[in-house]
Every structure is written in C-alpha cells, then in structure tokens.
Design a protein around this ligand. Structure first.
Ligand code: FPP
Length: 262
C-alpha cells in the first residue's frame, strides 16, 4: 500500500468526487453473442476491474457500483447463485489489485441477506483494505433505495421511542444520518449503461441532484474510453442544485436592466 500517483486527463471542466454506476446490460451483451447470460456477468467483472482502477488512478474519491439489487433476488436461482459465486471470487481475487491501487472497499445494502460465504469474503476484504487512503469503492449489494429509507425510518422510530431523538427535530439531515453510509457524500455523477433511462431504485435520496449520464454501451463493453466520454459530458454540465448558476443570474440582471430601460 502507498499513496498512488494521480493521473487525470483534462476533461475541460469540473471533475466528480463521487461516481455511482448502474452496471446494466450484461445479459444482453451475452445474448447478442449467443452466449449464456452468466458469461455476460463474468465479462462484466473485467469492466469492474478496469473502471475501478481507472477511477482510482484519476483520483475519484468514491465509486459506488450497483452490483446486486434488492429486486435481483427474483431472478432464476441458477443466475442468483452464479452472481453470488462471482461476487465471492471477485472479493478474493481482486484484493491484491485493491491493495495495489490503495482502494478501500465497503458495501451498502441489506448485507445480512447475502450468502454466508460471500458475506465472509466481503468482511475480509473490508478488513484488509480498511487502512487504504485512496479511493473508496462501495458495492451496493442486495440494495434498494426504498428498503434503505424503510430501514432508516425504523431506526428513527426506535430512537424516538427510546427518547434518543425528538420527532420535532427530524429534518433531512437527521434522516440522512440513518441511511446506510451517511459519511459518503452524494454522487456527483450517476452513470447507467445499456441505454435504459431510469434509476431502478438506486440511491434515490442521494442522487437528488446528481448529474445523470446514460451510455448505450452494455456494461461488459464499458471501459476506460467510455468512462472518459462520460467525464467529458459531466465536465460540460452546469450544476445548479435548484438555484441559479452565474449565467442564470446574468440573464436575470439583463432582464431587470432591460425592464428599467437601461
Ligand atoms: C445487470 O445486467 C447487471 C447485474 C444484475 C449485475 C451486475 C454484476 C456484475 C457486473 C458482475 C458482478 C459484480 C461484482 C462487483 C462482483 P443484466 O443482467 O440486468 O443485463 P440485461 O438487462 O441485459 O439482462
């Protein structure tokens, strides 16, 4: 472990501190090639490795990957079982790469629902990478935004009943503290691959003001060049968080001046 050297191309504007990715299209990628869907997931791991390494190299602070949604349990047993095996293998095999790149791994979601063997490897990888100072890689596993909010609400009610919290004091910041990982700032950029224009129950609270970028490319083909394209698009965006950017303020001032006849 050591401080990795940050090498960041100039994308011509702002650079996101936190990127979150909906890795979609593994199945389609495989089916289009007459292959079993699971081979798409396997190839998807190569993209996970390349994107994680590239983000770490460019100095992204946090990368959140939607690896298994709360709804994915509804898939055929064999696909779920293979995905869990792939997760376990990923956690074992990628430890060295995570250490090399100074990446700290963690996870969000209803982790207690994961098979014991996968959960054990997750805990081992979290433990081994805990002291790493570089990028934070968060895997969203058995994750759903609605269950995250429901889980938070349950804890809020428990604390209110126990007198640790006054219901009158509950505001947005209070609720945020009860989410799975309140210390990680909201994503600046949410990328979705394979063309679908939806958030699919991913970080609904945290992505309120995130910039969205949809790539038509399926996840197994989403590599360094496609990531750079997303970053160029992000650099050209104007983030306003519901307020006005400088252009908006200038336009208002111009309108006021013209109303006054100036
Ligand atoms: C969506 O593709 C992807 C998933 C449900 C799982 C994502 C998993 C990986 C990339 C591999 C495992 C990841 C880690 C971190 C170990 P899809 O199957 O919904 O594709 P489709 O919409 O084309 O059917």
């Amino acid at each position: 472990m050591g401080k990795a050297r940050i090498v960041r191309p100039d994308f011509g504007g702002a650079f996101p501190a936190h990127i979150a990715v909906i890795m979609d299209g593994n199945g389609r990628w495989a089916e289009r090639r007459g292959m079993q869907r699971i081979l798409g997931h396997r190839e998807g791991i190569a993209s996970v490795r390349e994107i994680t390494t590239e983000c770490a190299r460019m100095g992204v602070e946090s990368l959140t990957l939607y690896a298994f949604s709360a709804e994915n349990w509804k898939r055929p047993t064999l696909e779920v079982r293979t995905l869990m095996q792939l997760l376990r293998l990923f956690l074992v095999k990628e430890r060295a790469t995570l250490m090399e790149n100074d990446v700290r791994l963690s996870a969000i979601g209803r982790l207690e629902e994961l098979p014991k063997a996968a959960l054990a490897e997750l805990r081992r990888t979290e433990e081994q990478t805990r002291a790493n100072q570089g990028m934070r890689l968060r895997l969203a596993l058995s994750y759903g935004s609605r269950s995250e909010v429901a889980d938070a609400l349950k804890k809020v009610i428990e604390d209110a009943r126990a007198g640790r919290l006054d219901a009158a004091d509950v505001d947005e910041e209070t609720l945020r503290r009860y989410l799975y990982d309140p210390a990680t700032p909201d994503p600046d950029l949410v990328i979705r691959t394979a063309g679908e224009m939806r958030l699919s129950n991913f970080l609904l609270w945290q992505a309120s003001y995130s910039e969205l970028y949809v790539s038509s490319v399926c996840w197994p083909e989403f590599r360094k060049a496609e990531l750079h394209e997303a970053l160029r698009a992000y650099a050209s965006r104007k983030r306003k968080f519901g307020g006005l950017d400088q252009d908006g303020r200038d336009a208002d001032a111009r309108a006021r001046r013209s109303r006054r006849g100036a």
